[in-house]
Design a protein around this ligand. Structure first.
Ligand code: GTP
Ligand code: MG
Length: 258
């Protein structure tokens, strides 16, 4: 049911005359870019790395980069300041909008610090202004970071700008067998998210134009299975704020969102 709704929302926004849908995958901030780096090159999408951290961007190896650092963070990232992340993105609105020349926009960001949390809603809203479907792949922070309030606010800002949101929880990854550190948990999440992005793009691109709706439905329905394979406890999918209805992939790990 939800899967079909996601598919319809996305399809409803694609132009009727389309050869094959093109994807942009924007990794925003450190976590988003780490996921972006893992998506295999043969995946049919255009990668875009967006950050306020000049040094991190210079190391990411991504061909297309948007450096939001000037003048606001002077190259150094926002050090957790969400308002700074937002202002940096607003100051680079035109460049961001120009870089979103595709049919479907995928975003990845970690919530709770400055750049991903502040800039992702701006990127999503610019895509929406162009009438493009936006799917956000988000990472929920570790409890120990004590940034849940900021993460939640970021999520609230993003929800109205996205057609679908999928959240993977770093805390859940800590409980995966064999994971012994926060670093390893973060990597489990990154791998799983990169895999999901690849899978979605592959499915939609191969099916087009015949059964794109079925493929998106399939992708959403497949998530619990993917979750079993990568035994994360919480992954959620939500559609639009009005009908925000998290699906618990595993009830034990459901993130409290309200
Ligand atoms: N799974 C995973 N989580 C990460 C990773 N890096 C950071 N995080 C999480 O994502 C949250 C946001 O961190 P970053 O993406 O580094 O922050 P940012 O958006 O670059 O913001 P600033 O550096 O403050 O400007 C963190 O609080 C972590 O919980 C990563 O590689 N993998
Ligand atoms: Mg950063």
């Amino acid at each position: 049911m939800i899967a079909r709704e996601v598919a319809q929302r996305i399809l409803g926004q694609l132009p009727s005359q389309l050869d094959e849908p093109g994807f942009v995958f924007a990794g925003i901030g450190g976590a988003g870019i780490n996921v972006l780096k893992l998506v295999r090159e043969r995946t049919a999408l255009r990668k875009l790395a967006v950050d306020t951290d000049e040094y991190f961007l210079s190391l990411c190896g991504c061909q297309q980069q948007l450096d939001l650092s000037n003048p606001i963070s002077r190259g150094k990232g926002t050090i957790g300041d969400v308002e700074l992340g937002k202002s940096a993105a607003l100051l680079h609105k035109e460049e961001i909008a120009e870089s979103l020349e595709q049919d479907i926009i995928l975003l990845a960001a970690g919530l709770g610090r400055g750049t991903g949390t502040g800039a992702a809603p701006v990127v999503a809203s610019l895509a929406k202004e162009k009438g493009l479907p936006v799917l956000a792949f988000l990472i929920w922070p570790f409890k120990e970071e004590r940034i849940v309030t900021k993460a939640r606010r970021g999520l609230d800002a993003l929800k109205p700008q996205c057609d679908a949101l999928l959240i993977l929880d770093n805390n859940a990854a800590l409980e995966v067998d064999g994971v012994e550190s926060h670093w390893e948990a973060a990597n489990v999440v990154n791998d799983m998210m990169a895999h999901m992005v690849e899978r979605l793009v592959e499915k939609v691109s191969t099916a087009f134009p015949f059964s794109i709706q079925d493929e998106i439905v399939d992708f959403v329905e497949e998530l619990p299975a993917a979750n079993e394979k990568f035994p994360l406890k919480a992954a959620e999918l939500a559609i639009a704020p009005q009908s925000f209805e998290p699906i618990a992939m595993d009830a034990r790990g459901l993130i409290e969102l309200r």
